[in-house]
Design a protein around this ligand. Structure first.
Ligand code: GLN
Length: 548
């Protein structure tokens, strides 16, 4: 059972998807936290995948890994960044997870011979999970985002679960609809009709929203607030303006202008525990907008064959991590996306000379691999700050092995399983699983400790000797080559506590201003007001190159 007096805010989309429901939820989390409440944010993804790990980033965006290792949707990244809190397995669910539990229970005879149905059994499992999330981490308020848009077939059971929640706890449940109000070019006027229809549709589920977040190109005016209010049974002050913004981090500030936080507390029957103070946040937003100089960062990757808007999604956390560190050091990173395939045989790689810093981000498979290695070689030889994230670290080590140590066949077994020099290899215990085609169980996922070596760039940047970072990879630097690689000049500045796994590789600063790669994904832990030290160190080096 839910804790007594725990509050639930269910957020549902209207009219169309992609209007920033996740950012609205994240911003609600922040403004409630600012009022002194412990908040957890829950994402419900209605797809049947049991987690987001099996989805292609070009289709679904980045896979965001939690401390626990659970592979989730990129919205969870925004939640953690706005809330500045590590979320847990309980804060994420997919239809796949829910159905799997119900089916497992059925196989285990847990339903006492009953006919197992979507309603009540699947719905009850959803409720159980929502309540478990509330109970689990001591929060007072849960904001729960139901994925998709009202009217979708896939999310109907979740909306029904929310309705039952309201019936069980009438004073503790609030509904928010994030809707879209178009301003057709020919009319130049904001139209409320699609939102009215969406709310009627939600009403047909037996759910009445308490708030409407009015997403549009501009702020909704009082006249239209009144109109929505009377036609949709929502108080006018509970129609919250959400115009397009330069940066998603402005959204909570805009919410405050409409006193959204106060109205939410009132609707939940809670009073303010402390006065919200968004001055630090405001400073950060200002720094994002005004920071000079502009640093040109080239990201050499592969997940952008399908059109521009996909790019930013596949590497979302990397972009955000760069923004946070940029704001912190007074610089504005400007990212160029470079398709690694361009440099497949080394030609054209000189164009990278224009960049203040180069990143090779995480990735899987063969596409563009040689192009990435050429880019890393160029960065190393021309002393351009280089930051390798996971695959970008493995490939940097391979690059040094090939071109400094002269081990021509140096490779990762991910690409060449029979290479004479498997510099990047599978750990023995995982080999059998992969041989059986059992890829699901072979990833190193979630938080692991790394110990940092004295006098290294990593140790200096972090300012401590032990760190916890999130992983998502299958392969590792082969321990048999460590000695040789160290002779080639590589410093393994981060290692697992037993010394077996190489977590950070770098070149000493007298050889290169910044050449560092991490086996983990530092971008997953970067937060607006506590930027990631390694991203900050990388951008400092880029700034130095820029102002030289
Ligand atoms: N493909 C590499 C591995 O599985 C790197 C993964 C990554 O960059 N996330 O080890």
């Amino acid at each position: 059972m839910a804790q007594d007096g725990h509050k639930y805010i269910f957020v549902i989309g209207g009219v169309m998807s992609g209007v920033g429901k996740g950012i609205a939820v994240s911003s609600m989390g922040l403004i409630l936290k600012q009022r002194g409440y412990a908040v957890n944010l829950v994402k419900i993804d209605p797809y049947l995948n049991v987690d987001a790990g099996t989805m292609n980033p070009t289709e679904h965006g980045e896979v965001f890994v939690l401390d626990s290792g659970l592979e989730t949707d990129q919205d969870m990244g925004n939640y953690e960044r706005f809330l500045d809190r590590d979320l847990t397995n309980q804060d994420y669910m997919t239809s796949g997870m829910v159905y799997r539990t119900v089916i497992d229970n059925e196989r285990a005879l847990k339903y006492g011979g009953k006919c197992v149905e979507a309603i009540p059994h699947v719905r009850d499992e959803i409720l159980r999970r929502v309540e478990a999330a509330a109970e689990h981490n001591g929060s007072k308020i849960s904001v729960i985002e139901i994925g998709g848009t009202v009217g979708d077939f896939q999310n109907a059971l979740f909306i029904d679960a929310a309705r039952v929640m309201k019936m069980k706890h009438p004073n503790d449940v609030v509904f928010v609809m994030v809707s879209y109000l178009p301003v057709p070019g020919t009319l130049g006027e904001m139209k409320t009709k699609p939102t009215q229809s969406a709310i009627r549709e939600l009403n047909s589920y037996g759910v009445q929203p308490d708030f409407i977040i009015a997403r549009s190109t501009t702020a909704i005016d009082d006249k239209r607030k009144e109109k929505l209010a009377t036609s949709c049974n929502v108080l006018p002050e509970r129609v919250i303006s959400a115009p397009d913004v330069e940066s998603i981090y402005e959204v909570p500030l805009n919410f405050e202008k409409d006193e959204f936080g106060d109205h939410l507390l009132e609707a939940l029957g809670l009073s303010e525990k402390k006065k919200p103070d968004l001055r630090e946040w405001q400073k950060f937003v200002d720094a994002l907008a005004t920071s000079e100089p502009v640093l040109k960062i080239g990201i050499v990757g592969k997940y952008f064959d399908t059109g521009d808007y996909i790019l930013s999604d596949a590497y979302l956390s990397v972009i955000e991590a760069l923004k946070f560190s940029g704001a912190a050091i007074g610089a504005k990173p400007k990212i160029d996306w470079i398709n690694a395939k361009e440099f497949q045989n080394g030609e054209g790689v000189e164009k990278l000379a224009q960049y203040d810093g180069i990143i090779v981000p995480g990735g899987f498979g063969e596409t563009g691999i040689e192009g990435k290695i050429h880019a890393i070689k160029f960065a190393r030889e021309n002393k351009i700050p280089y930051f390798g994230l996971c695959y970008g670290m493995q490939l940097a080590v391979i690059e040094v092995a090939r071109h400094v140590l002269g081990i021509k066949e140096a490779h990762t077994v991910e690409i060449n399983p029979t290479t004479a020099h498997p510099i990047v290899d599978v750990m023995p215990e995982q080999k059998d699983l992969i041989a059986e085609g059992n890829y699901g169980g072979t990833m190193r996922l979630g938080v692991y400790t790394a110990e940092l070596g004295k006098g290294t760039i990593a140790r200096e940047a972090y300012g401590k000797d032990k760190v916890e970072e999130r992983h998502r990879h299958r392969y590792e630097i082969n321990p048999e080559y460590i000695e040789q690689l160290e002779k080639g000049g590589i410093v393994f500045s981060g290692k697992s506590p037993d010394g077996v796994l190489m977590e950070i590789a770098e070149l000493p600063q007298d050889v290169h201003p910044f050449f560092l790669g991490t086996q983990f994904h530092p971008e997953l832990k970067a937060r607006p007001l506590s930027p990631h030290p390694l991203f900050t160190a990388f951008l400092k080096a880029a700034k130095e190159r820029n102002t030289k």
